[in-house]
Design a protein around this ligand. Structure first.
Ligand SMILES: [Zn+2]
Length: 139
């Protein structure tokens, strides 16, 4: 159950607002202060906010090690590796490792493998940029 903190400009309290779900929280962009009813609430982004932990998790991806596992040179090894990478990262980073695995299984050119390293590196960097410079939170 998500708990968001707000500073209320009406009564100058810091309040916690509980939501049934993340979806409910997204719908209630401007909840009313339970103390005074004001809607002049400003979301407090705690230092344990999701963006930060996500950034730390992205930081913890050991790219060299992950890439190193790819350099076995055999296609079956690459395919297994790419599939595992895909399970871990495709949805999060928007990468395309499952497709690479399929291509490797189909016997396509290994040039794509070099591109895989470049692409993952690029996507991780871009994800970090997004996390460190987030758009304005809902006011
Ligand atoms: Zn208030």
């Amino acid at each position: 159950m998500p708990i968001y903190q707000y500073d209320c400009a009406g009564c100058e309290r810091r309040i916690d607002v509980f939501f049934r779900s993340v979806a409910a929280a997204a719908e209630a962009k401007r909840p009313a202060c339970p103390e005074c009813g004001s809607r002049r609430l400003k979301r407090v982004v705690s230092r344990f906010a999701r963006a930060r932990s996500e950034g730390e998790r992205i930081d913890s991806i050991d790219l060299e090690q992950e890439m190193g596992r790819m350099e076995s040179g055999d296609v079956a090894g690459f395919s297994r590796w790419a599939r595992r990478m895909g399970e871990q990262y495709d949805s999060e980073l928007g990468s395309d490792f499952r497709t690479l695995a399929d291509k490797a299984d189909a016997g396509e050119d290994p040039v794509e493998r070099v591109d895989a390293a470049h692409t993952l590196r690029h996507r991780i960097e871009r994800k970090k940029e997004q996390i460190s410079a987030p758009s304005e939170p809902d006011a």
